[in-house]
Unconditional design. Structure first.
Length: 135
């Protein structure tokens, strides 16, 4: 991937995120997964990041992000989780009410790793290989 430029920097920072559902419950459906893609893409635009790849299964999601160094990593994670949880809980409240007693979606923990120069195509293939929900 071609490095991006800031006003005083040239950077290429790619991060792989994994968010799991609270209690690892199988809460994510195919329509929710598609809506999550839109939400994460919008958060990326607002934070000068780029969503390179996205997929997931019924109990977790993967994101590959071209990270902009103006961001604080923990603040970005908070933005991803709060925006997605708030919107998904609003739009899919009936479905989530059958799984959770309280209004939750994500576990408080998360995984993030630098791609450390690994070929981006290989990471994209791994994320695409997730067994997406059928419904």
């Amino acid at each position: 991937m071609i490095p991006r430029k800031g006003s005083h920097s040239v950077f290429s920072v790619h991060l792989h995120f994994v968010f799991v559902t609270k209690y690892r419950r199988k809460a994510i459906t195919a329509p929710m997964l598609e809506r999550l893609r839109e939400i994460f893409a919008n958060v990326c635009i607002k934070t000068k990041c780029r969503l390179i790849e996205f997929s997931g299964e019924s109990d977790h999601i993967h994101l590959l992000i071209d990270f902009h160094p103006d961001n604080n990593l923990s603040v970005l994670v908070g933005s991803f989780k709060s925006a997605s949880s708030r919107i998904i809980q609003k739009e899919f409240s009936e479905h989530l009410a059958t799984i959770y007693i309280k209004s939750v979606l994500w576990s408080s923990s998360y995984y993030v790793a630098s791609t450390r120069g690994a070929p981006i195509e290989r990471i994209k293939q791994y994320i695409q290989s997730q067994e997406t929900p059928d419904d």
